[in-house]
Design a protein around this ligand. Structure first.
Ligand SMILES: [Zn+2]
Length: 140
């Protein structure tokens, strides 16, 4: 028991010696600490930013509308001014509930499959909207 106590005391003295050495260079230690804190903050920022990038969602319906509306307007010779495009886009988006995909989580194949599923219905609505706008333009 006595031997053990002696050993512990020796170790304690060694630890005390080490911390004394550290105290001799408080500036270096402070800088070193700052550097570690800085590095940790950078890592933490990266961790926080990663899911934010992942969470950028795309409304598939909105994608289909913006991809196809210009050609439909051209095909049916509708007015393609900003007002008319905006109005038709809003009407189309109001007609379908938003279908969100997450490019960080969904693969391109998955996104494409969802797009293929909604495309016919969205295109058919866009054609109907184009014909409606042609017969009753919102201006002139
Ligand atoms: Zn117009």
């Amino acid at each position: 028991m006595a031997k053990k106590t002696h050993k512990t005391a020796h170790v304690l003295r060694l630890i005390a010696d080490i911390s004394d050495t550290k105290k001799e260079n408080p500036i270096i230690n402070a800088e070193f600490k700052d550097e570690i804190i800085l590095k940790r903050n950078i890592i933490r920022e990266e961790i926080i930013e990663a899911p934010t990038v992942k969470a950028v969602e795309i409304n598939i319906i909105s994608e289909i509308v913006s991809e196809n509306l210009p050609s439909i307007i051209e095909r049916f010779k509708c007015c393609g001014c900003e007002k008319c495009i905006a109005r038709m886009t809003v009407e189309a988006l109001n007609h379908f509930p938003a279908q969100y995909v997450f490019p960080g989580e969904n693969s391109e194949e998955e996104i494409d499959t969802i797009k293929q599923k909604y495309r016919p219905a969205v295109l058919s609505l866009l054609v109907r909207l184009a014909l409606k706008h042609k017969s009753s333009p919102i201006h002139k």
